[in-house]
Design a protein around this ligand. Structure first.
Ligand SMILES: Nc1nc2c(c(=O)[nH]1)N[C@H]1C(S)=C(S)[C@@H](COP(=O)(O)OP(=O)(O)OC[C@H]3O[C@@H](n4cnc5c(=O)[nH]c(N)nc54)[C@H](O)[C@@H]3O)O[C@H]1N2
Ligand SMILES: Nc1nc2c(c(=O)[nH]1)N[C@H]1C(S)=C(S)[C@@H](COP(=O)(O)OP(=O)(O)OC[C@H]3O[C@@H](n4cnc5c(=O)[nH]c(N)nc54)[C@H](O)[C@@H]3O)O[C@H]1N2
Ligand SMILES: [Mo]
Length: 700
């Protein structure tokens, strides 16, 4: 478990982890800069310097490969780019890893051996892995580790990302993002044409809604940096600044350097907040242009959601929306009506929410949503007790033989769902799958070596007509492929032949479109190690990253650590959720966890003259500062400060409570950690680096 504190953030999933430890005797290895509540349950705790997971994991891979502990048959038949990857990994000797990560060299070897001798093993990661400028390299390194161990496509193996809110997987699948249409189709012309066909609207009409075609195919601003589109502190690539904002179920104090978002609030012409509670941003806008629409909670509405494990569930309404609140669907409908295109928006949708789910199923062929129709999802949710808890399969009853929640891909209306991805031991029609052939059939590396990207001879699911690798299915219906053929004939034909619609390929250790084709360590943009900045510098600046200039190298200053000597990391506590509007408005949770605090190591506190419980200032290089209580503890090491990020309602020691609409201020208030989180974004996803960065601490 790397960069996860499941004991606090996933207390239900945590019970399965404890079961693995107590009943199956599985070692639980926890890699985290803090000794967390999860670490307290670990058999092996590895303290790592924030932002160095790639170096650590490439170090494990190096040991596993060089000591011949890797799964040779798996690598030979199902992995691509292995020699290229090994070349990079060989740099990360135990000694190099120790220097970068702080993990003793002998521990690197011991942990590698532990993984190699306990197979299958799973890798769980969360935000400790992702919220870094090299977050995307971290997650790729985690996957490569599982490939060399041959742990993919197996029960007890795999990569398990414990996700955030209950429907985060569903939200991701719907691509509530600025760079893709639903179902990961992207925003190219073909993507738009596909969805226009699903929605049954004219492509030319959709096109006419945009300023120009260029913007139709251009990645938008991200949630992490939308305010740059208003403030333009970093150069933007858009013909006009952003003028209006609808903040729909978003807290605001979840934005790193949130004072920039706050500044934008006062520049915008219109701000609409749709939320059952009054989130933090309510206290920041001084203008009279902020509308708070009271939205109902999920207990007051119904619909389909998708869990971390790709399983669908139907959420049934418990009560009608209370007081004057309306549910999200109704607020959306009112908005669409006023914008004047309700006829087109609701063309296929007569019954809400079932017809919405049906439209999503029709269009989202890429990940096999098509078989998970509302009737089937409801049947599963209502009959959950008929499914086996280990295999997920129903034994008898109305869902006999199907897997709980029809985990996607659920290829047809009779497909049972795919409980484990890339499992070649089962027929595709019964939930098996090979790796996906997404990037052609062959690759030529920079040194001229060519490699077949399809799986080796003899590797295919039982019953496959082709006994080895094969490309994706296309032209069964002329001019279409498996993911654009809305008649679904292509998908059905593939399944009939015992084959996967998306082909049978190798998993790649090399991504030739990324700046680091194989994951390598790069120091955080704000790093405490000038010597390592010289050896492992960050990326070149990125001029048009989601429409905004993103600084990497020009922001990486080796001198910064002199004035800001501590590494700041942020995260969660079990009692509070996200921005905390919900949980800090709950009397009981507020009583359990009423205050924000900074975890400071005993030695650091004593050296700075700070006592447990005393107030301190935390200051960031960007000029943000917060006044919080010191929690003196050896959970963190001498160089690291940890802050929970759930608070708001106070700013630089001043109460902001009177800014809330009457009666809506939360019970528990405190300074937002995101005033002091630093500048820094992932090179691919632009996720904010809220788990590395520098700060200073002094007694208040
Ligand atoms: N009670 C509660 N539960 C929640 C949430 C909540 O707000 N409250 N939020 C939900 C959401 S949206 C999400 S995304 C998940 C997040 O779940 P988690 O990611 O598990 O939660 P965090 O506390 O943000 O971060 C986990 C750990 O990452 C560690 N960490 C920091 N930097 C590094 C690093 O460089 N490397 C490594 N290996 N570890 C590092 C931190 O010390 C922390 O203990 O939780 C979900 N569950
Ligand atoms: N420093 C720091 N910052 C972080 C993180 C971190 O680890 N450290 N983690 C990041 C992560 S992983 C995440 S996911 C974000 C979370 O950040 P946000 O998503 O901004 O915060 P939440 O408080 O989880 O949820 C936002 C709002 O949704 C409202 N809400 C609840 N139910 C409904 C509903 O049915 N409809 C509507 N319309 N609204 C509803 C809640 O009242 C709440 O105000 O924070 C990010 N920010
Ligand atoms: Mo999240």
């Amino acid at each position: 478990m790397i960069g996860s504190n499941a004991a606090e953030a996933h207390p239900v999933a945590m019970q399965h982890v404890l079961y693995a430890k107590e009943v199956n005797n599985a070692p639980i290895i926890v890699v985290d800069p803090r000794f967390t509540r999860l670490a307290a349950k670990a058999t092996d705790y590895v303290r790592i310097r924030p932002g160095t997971d790639t170096a650590f994991v490439m170090g494990l891979i190096n040991q596993i490969v060089s000591r011949d502990w890797y799964d040779k048959e798996f690598v030979r038949t199902r992995v691509a780019g292995f020699p290229e990857m090994c070349k990079v990994a060989s740099h990360y000797t135990p000694e190099v890893v120790e220097d970068i990560t702080g993990v003793p060299a002998s521990e690197v070897v011991r942990i590698a051996k532990l993984m190699a001798t306990h197979r299958p093993g799973t890798v769980v990661w969360c935000m400790g892995g992702t919220q870094h400028s090299i977050g995307s390299s971290n997650t790729r390194a985690f996957c490569i580790l599982q490939l060399v161990l041959g742990n993919m496509g197996k029960a007890g193996g795999g990569t398990n990302i414990f996700r955030g809110h209950d429907n985060v997987q569903g939200a991701t699948d719907m691509c509530v993002l600025s760079h893709s249409l639903p179902g990961y189709y992207g925003i190219k012309d073909g993507s738009w044409k596909h969805w226009c066909q699903v929605w049954d609207v004219d492509y030319e009409w959709i096109k006419s809604r945009f300023h120009s075609k260029e913007y139709m195919n251009k990645k938008g601003f991200t949630l992490a940096r939308w305010y740059e589109g208003v403030n333009q502190d970093d150069k933007i690539n858009q013909y006009t600044p952003i003028k209006a904002l609808i903040q729909w179920g978003c807290a605001g104090n979840s934005n790193s350097q949130m004072f920039k978002a706050a500044k934008a609030m006062n520049k915008l012409e219109l701000v609409v907040i749709v939320d059952p509670f009054a989130p933090a941003m309510c206290e920041w806008g001084d203008k009279d242009n902020i509308y708070l629409l009271p939205c109902s909670s999920q207990y007051e509405t119904s619909g389909s959601l998708t869990s971390t494990s790709r399983q669908f569930q139907w959420r049934f309404k418990v009560v009608d929306p209370v007081y004057e609140s309306k549910d999200d669907y109704e607020i959306m409908a009112e908005l669409v009506k006023r914008l004047g295109f309700a006829d087109k928006f609701y063309k296929n949708i007569k019954k809400i929410p079932e017809d919405i789910t049906r439209e999503i199923c029709k269009g989202t062929l890429t990940i096999g949503y098509n078989g998970a129709l509302p009737e089937r999802i409801k049947k599963h949710t209502l009959n959950w007790h008929t499914f086996d808890i280990d295999t997920l399969q129903a034994k008898g009853g109305p869902c006999d033989g199907e897997y709980y929640g029809l985990p996607w891909p659920c290829w047809t209306e009779t497909h049972p769902g795919t409980p484990i991805l890339y499992d070649i031991s089962k027929p595709v029609a019964k939930g098996g799958l090979p790796f996906r052939a997404r990037f052609g059939t062959k690759i030529t590396y920079y040194d001229g070596r060519t490699e077949n990207l399809l799986a080796a001879e003899g590797v295919a699911n039982p019953g496959s007509q082709v006994k080895g690798g094969y490309p994706e299915f296309k032209d069964i219906v002329p001019g279409t492929n498996w993911k654009t053929d809305l008649s679904q004939k292509t998908i059905k034909e593939a399944i009939k032949r015992g084959m996967a619609p998306f082909g049978n390929a190798r998993a790649r250790c090399v991504v030739w479109t990324f700046p680091d084709q194989v994951p390598v360590h790069r120091e955080p943009v704000h790093s405490p190690r000038p010597d390592l900045i010289a050896k492992y510098p960050t990326y070149e600046d990125k001029p048009d990253q989601y429409r905004v200039y993103t600084r990497f190298k020009s922001e990486q200053d080796p001198e910064l650590v002199k004035k800001f000597p501590f590494v700041i990391i942020t995260g969660r506590m079990v009692e509070h959720m996200g921005g905390g509007a919900e949980t800090r408005s709950n009397k009981y949770l507020s009583e359990l966890q009423p205050k924000v605090y900074a975890e400071i190591n005993e030695r650091t506190a004593n050296n700075l003259g700070i006592r447990n419980g005393q107030m301190v200032w935390i200051e960031s290089p960007e000029g943000g500062r917060i006044k919080v209580m010191a929690k003196v503890t050896d959970r963190v090491d001498e160089h690291t400060i940890f802050l929970p990020y759930h608070f708001a309602g106070q700013f630089e020691g001043k109460s902001m409570v009177d800014k809330y609409p009457e009666g809506l201020a939360p019970y528990a208030v405190g300074e937002p950690a995101n005033i002091v989180t630093n500048y820094g974004y992932d090179i691919i996803t632009q996720i904010q680096a809220t788990k590395d960065g520098l700060c200073n601490v002094k007694p208040a």
